[in-house]
Design a protein. Structure first.
Length: 212
């Protein structure tokens, strides 16, 4: 049976329900992710994990980098003895999935990339504008991340679900608050802006579906 592994995002918690593997049930009540999780788990063994620095994984004194994220996925696949599986990457998890699939073509049967990118902000056109955008995000994190007020976090929520309902936005705002510390989130903003896996794209051999 194929296994689907959604990749780590900064806002997430582990799940456990039926054929899902993980910890506390958090996103199973989510108006954003519930349908996706239960839909995939109904036909596949569905495996998730909290990326380093987020959720139930260690949050302090951890190294976050592209190399570490890919290495973490390699360790999880090896520890679960997954010989061949479907790989799903959401948001920055898409870049991690692309690099993994390119380096391990024997392991990935199919690749699904959703709402993702191959280049972080610092590797896109108009470098000065992109640098300013990254600094704006860092400032918003420092000012309001972890507070009880949703206004600052709503900025990030609107980037992920710009057409989300009021219920979805409230849930996503709260998920951000509990999933990562202020200090870790600012480090994520910096590291994610440096992502660049364009050299790996032509090396991906698995059939790939890209959605936005």
């Amino acid at each position: 049976m194929a296994c689907a592994l959604p990749m780590p995002r900064w806002a997430k918690e582990r799940q456990s329900c039926g054929r899902l593997t993980g910890g506390p049930i958090w996103e199973l009540d989510s108006p954003v992710w519930r349908h996706l999780i239960l839909g995939m788990a109904s036909r596949h063994k569905f495996i998730r994990y909290d990326g380093r620095g987020t959720g139930l994984s260690q949050r302090d004194a951890v190294d976050i980098s592209m190399d570490r994220w890919v290495s973490d996925l390699e360790c999880i696949v090896d520890s679960l003895s997954l010989e061949r599986f479907i790989l799903l990457g959401v948001s920055q998890g898409g870049a991690i999935s692309i690099e993994y699939a390119a380096c391990h073509p024997d392991r990935v049967s199919h690749l699904i990339i959703h709402g993702a990118y191959a280049r972080g902000f610092r590797h896109r056109e108009n470098p000065d504008k992109q640098r300013q955008f990254v600094e704006l995000n860092r400032a918003l994190v420092r000012e309001g991340w972890g507070s009880e007020h949703d206004a600052y976090r709503q900025w990030f929520t609107s980037q992920f679900i710009p057409e989300g309902t009021a219920e979805q936005s409230r849930w996503f705002n709260d998920l951000e608050r509990v999933s990562a510390t202020l200090e870790m989130m600012e480090r994520f903003v910096i590291e994610l802006s440096e992502i660049n896996v364009t050299d790996f794209l032509p090396k991906v051999k698995a059939p790939t579906l890209v959605t936005h």
